[in-house]
Design a protein around this ligand. Structure first.
Ligand SMILES: [Cu+2]
Length: 120
């Protein structure tokens, strides 16, 4: 558990060093998602569509958080207060995906997840 946290921290640092890989230009109206000091994503559920690029714009209102999803093609992305970060997601397969916070952020970290519902 401790080792995985260290690995994730390393990934997060890489994301900071290469912001261009995480911040792609917005192609359409972004969905704004707030990561809170209470270790929640708000909204905590978003709906995307297969093959349709969608910008997710993350903002932290407290604490440092992160997202990543191999299944959805979301690179390791750090969400820091005062620095909104956008990722463009083009889902390949329908389904429901749980995108957990990747950076230990507080007592609620283990339960901090964004549900991404991908419709055909
Ligand atoms: Cu967290």
């Amino acid at each position: 558990m401790r080792l995985s946290a260290v690995l994730l921290a390393g990934i997060a640092i890489s994301a900071i060093a290469l912001p261009a890989s995480a911040a792609k230009p917005a192609a359409a109206t972004a969905i704004n998602i707030t990561a809170t000091a209470q270790q929640k994503f708000s909204p905590d559920h978003v709906v995307l569509h297969v093959g349709k690029p969608q910008t997710l714009r993350f903002t932290s209102t407290g604490g440092v958080h992160g997202v990543a999803s191999k299944d959805l093609g979301i690179p390791a992305t750090t969400i820091m207060p005062g620095t909104p970060v956008s990722v463009v997601v083009t889902p390949a397969k329908a389904g429901t995906y749980a995108v957990h916070c990747t950076i230990v952020c507080g007592p609620g970290h283990a339960d901090m997840a964004l549900t991404v519902e991908v419709k055909p």
